[in-house]
Design a protein around this ligand. Structure first.
Ligand code: PMP
Length: 403
């Protein structure tokens, strides 16, 4: 992988921050965008823009073709069987809310149970809690060991005849743990329970194949895989999506409306009320084209090398405590150094041009489990380099000496 050539595709990486070259290690929060993505968005606004699906005129049809071609690009990228299984949303959060609402309406009754894990992002906890307060369902939590690995034997014991859904992150946005999602899906299916994979932190870093995983539902955000903000995907097996009611009502999602009776549109439009972000979906498709051209396996191997190097170098720093020591891990590293507050570390690293995230990372139950308030988090993307990791290590050592 020619990382210098890749870096040239991302204009923002040339920026100086406080007179120093930007080191962008906040990819877990959002990634930077290659020129091809931004150009496609600008081009569509300048030369194609028209509302999709409803128009007979040339531009509307061209915009619709682009939008539906993007759906096909997503289908191919995650190896879904049909574009009917690809619902465009505003992002991971909306995808989970959509599913929790629609699945909850159709399938859940008071006393039913949903299983999540202790390392979930708030967006895979709160929608289920909202459902719990609406429907009186119970949320059960898969615990983990001190290395940040889910306890699979305990997972199995959580199932009862009341279990109706399991919803777990593929990769933890704090610990970097890659959960054994395929194995976990098999367990759920053995109990006749569907499984939702939160792929927000896996899709940018590894090949994800919904048929191979046998995932019933899978969600992700475009902005974490070098695409634009405001667009995301809910994948669902067609036989599940057919059974679920719409999440929102409006245009696009109907076939016929009268004051007596409304007939909903077919899949995937049943779940896409209102004008979709058809420019954003073009951006998403371009981003998927971008990473596909490099190859997800190549990206995965490169980031793995970076992460191993970073872990080795970070561990050599006196007072370094790394949270998440799973064997099978992605390119997210959370840490604290001595008694330096994560916020102080993040602020001082920023002065050196190094962008890391600090805080609870929208995973407060996990922080509680770890007995801490927050961490510093460095998360890598395909454009990061070994030299940047050296800069991070030098930066941490400099901050350490100040305390
Ligand atoms: N799940 C995980 C594991 C995440 O890391 C994130 C983003 N930090 C989300 C869900 C929510 O994603 P979004 O804010 O794009 O909806």
């Amino acid at each position: 992988m020619d990382v210098e050539r890749i870096r040239a595709d991302f204009p923002i990486l040339c920026r100086q921050i406080y007179g120093r070259p930007l080191v962008y290690f906040d990819n877990g929060a959002t990634t930077q965008k290659p020129r091809s993505v931004v150009d496609a968005i600008v081009d569509e606004y300048y030369s194609v823009n028209a509302n999709v699906h409803r128009g007979v005129h040339f531009l509307s049809q061209q915009a619709t073709e682009l939008h539906e071609a993007s759906r096909e690009t997503v289908r191919r990228f995650i190896n879904a069987k049909s574009t009917n299984e690809i619902i465009f949303t505003r992002g991971t959060t909306e995808s989970i809310n959509l599913l929790a609402f629609s699945f909850g309406e159709a399938m859940l009754q008071s006393g039913d149970e949903v299983i999540v894990s202790v390392m979930e992002h708030h967006s895979n906890i709160v929608p289920w809690q909202l459902l719990a307060s609406r429907k009186g369902i119970k949320i059960k939590v898969i615990p983990m060991n001190d290395k940040g690995e889910l306890l699979l034997d305990q997972y199995e014991t959580l199932f009862t005849e009341k279990t109706k859904m399991v919803s777990v992150a593929h990769v933890s946005n704090v610990l970097g743990t890659i959960n054994p999602i395929k194995e976990m899906i098999d367990v759920a299916h053995a109990h006749g329970v569907p499984f939702l994979v939160d792929a927000a932190q896996s899709i940018p870093h590894m090949a994800v194949d919904v048929q191979n995983l046998d995932a019933d539902f899978l969600v992700f955000s475009a902005h974490k895989i070098y695409g634009p903000t405001g667009v995301g995907v809910l994948y669902g097996k067609e036989n599940w999506l057919e059974k679920l009611p719409p999440y929102q009502g409006g245009g696009e999602m109907i076939q016929h409306v009268s004051f007596e009776k409304t007939i909903f549109n077919e899949l995937p439009f049943k779940f896409e009320a209102g004008t979709p972000d058809y420019i954003g979906t073009t951006g998403l498709a371009k981003a998927l084209d971008y990473v596909s051209l490099i190859g997800m396996e190549v990206i995965s191997a490169y980031e793995d090398k970076l992460t191993k190097y970073a872990l080795e170098r970070l561990r050599s720093i006196p007072g370094m405590q790394i949270f998440g020591e799973s064997e099978n891990r992605g390119s997210v590293i959370s840490f604290l150094v001595g008694d330096i507050h994560h916020f102080d570390m993040g602020t001082l690293l920023d002065r050196l041009g190094i962008a890391v995230r600090t805080g609870h990372h929208c995973a407060q139950p996990l922080m509680q489990r770890l007995g801490i308030e927050g961490t510093v988090r460095a998360s890598f993307g395909l454009y990061n380099t070994v030299e940047e990791i050296d800069a991070l290590v030098a930066g941490i050592n400099r901050v350490r000496l100040m305390f």
